[in-house]
Design a binder for this molecule. Structure first.
Ligand SMILES: Cc1ncc(COP(=O)(O)O)c(C=O)c1O
Length: 434
């Protein structure tokens, strides 16, 4: 068989994308000129010309344990060499083991079960169906500035207009003011955000809830951390109305926050349903809904069939990810190196007037840029400029938030202190003059 040839020239890639990609897939392009990646190794990336970058984005939080990690590669290669696919109608030990291993990461004393999907979006949709089926209620609470995915269900739960299409989205979903001490409508007043939940239930719902879906740390929204006490009180209110708590750990799970394996664990709550994806597979298409058995059991009567759900290849990657997180102590590394990176960002905040806020902990961090610290006017143009410069200075990050004025950093969890020193130097050069 002749080799399948690939044209790596920028012009050819651009031309093929322009001609053959749908507009919906062409739209999301961060830099002014294309960035083509040819190789990755742990926390580093190389473009097609051999230029090296420190990866502060991890392909949108997917690369949890590092690019091309040999343990993950070996696990997947061994699986491919045996059997590439086995749907859930047939039995295979790898997904079954992985389900057991995921359950072992969940809070003890609960009877957890797992449903594997191929992506976070699919898992979100399933979680929504589960909540509505279990409670027999329809009304769902969600937060403004949340991102939950791209399908009609997940898009309907998303609270950023840039991700919501001009189509009839699902009914029964009510977006509430998100608690955000920096930019939120009630500032640092957590009690006011909680009162907003009561008001929303009273005026916008039937009074009965299917649930509340929440990211413990809003990711695309710009690393907005849920304040202490909010989730616990919100869960009580929601449960009193018959609803369940769905926690979206798609970005914040798998030890990234450093303190806990799941971000919700820092809030003294145990959700009924947890959605996970991205870092779970280190780049392999994989997502999961982990729910309490009695909640998930309500779907027993129908087939919820994801053709590639519980793929042995992806689950082999997932098992390897868990092993690497433990053996390389990546949660601890996230805490330690994340604290150093946070100090770098805090120093930038002190030095550069344009930095309005620094947020996050562990390896979920962000800098918000404003034209004026008092008015907090989003500095979208300047963010784009700093962002382009950071690329020139060898960094890959993301421009996030509804106003695209937030630089988000969610690197592979194997990033080191030595990398942080280089990141500081590169950021200083990128912010020079601001
Ligand atoms: C918090 C959160 N939830 C859900 C999703 C959807 O996941 P996926 O892109 O795998 O469908 C994303 C994706 O970015 C996300 O960040």
């Amino acid at each position: 068989m002749s080799p399948i040839s690939t044209d790596w020239s920028t012009e050819a890639i651009v031309a093929r994308r322009e001609k053959y990609y749908a507009a919906s897939q062409r739209a999301f392009v961060p830099y002014k000129t294309p960035l083509i990646f040819a190789k990755g190794d742990r926390q580093y990336l190389w473009d097609e010309k051999g230029r090296k970058y420190i990866d502060l984005l991890g392909m949108n939080v997917c690369i949890s344990v590092g690019h091309n990690h040999p343990t993950v590669t070996r696990a997947v290669t061994e699986q491919i060499n045996q059997l590439q696919h086995c749907t859930t109608m047939f039995y295979h030990p790898v997904p079954a083991h992985f389900a057991e291993e995921l359950v072992a990461r969940m809070p003890a004393g609960h009877d957890w079960v797992v449903h594997f999907t191929n992506s976070g979006t699919e898992a979100i949709d399933l979680a929504l169906v589960m909540a509505q089926m279990f409670t027999g209620n329809i009304d769902m609470l969600a937060l403004r500035n949340a991102y939950h995915g791209a399908t009609i269900g997940a898009q309907s739960l998303t609270g950023i207009s840039g991700f919501r299409h001009d189509i009839p989205l699902l009914g029964g979903i009510h977006h509430m003011a998100n608690p955000d001490p920096y930019r939120g409508v009630f500032g640092e007043d957590t009690a006011a955000y909680l009162a907003e939940i009561d008001r929303t239930i009273q005026y916008s719902t039937s009074g009965k809830l299917a649930g509340f879906i929440v990211e413990p740390i809003q990711g695309y929204g710009g690393i907005v951390e849920t304040p202490p006490g909010y989730l616990k009180a919100a869960a009580e209110t929601v449960r009193a109305r018959g609803g369940v708590l769905i926690v979206d750990e798609v970005q914040s799970g798998f030890g990234r926050t450093g303190d806990n394996f799941w971000a919700f664990e820092g809030h003294a709550i145990v959700p009924e349903i947890v959605v996970m994806a991205k870092g779970i597979g280190n780049g392999f298409p994989l997502g999961a809904v982990v729910a309490e058995r009695h909640v998930a059991e309500m779907l027993a009567g129908k087939f919820s069939f994801h053709t590639y759900g519980a793929s042995p290849m992806s689950c082999a990657a997932g098992r390897a990810v868990l092993q690497v997180i433990d053996e390389e102590k990546l949660q601890q590394n996230s805490k330690k190196v994340g604290a150093s990176l946070r100090k770098v960002l805090d120093r930038l905040h002190q030095k550069h007037e344009i930095v309005g806020a620094v947020r996050g902990h562990g390896l979920m961090l962000a800098i918000e840029l404003v034209t004026d610290r008092k008015s907090k006017t989003p500095a979208a143009k300047e963010t784009a400029d700093v962002f382009e410069r950071s690329r020139d200075n060898g960094l890959v990050m993301s421009k996030s938030g509804a106003n695209r004025n937030i630089l988000r950093m969610v690197p592979p969890m194997c990033i080191t202190e030595a990398d942080v020193a280089q990141v500081e130097d590169a950021l200083e050069r990128s912010f020079a003059g601001y």
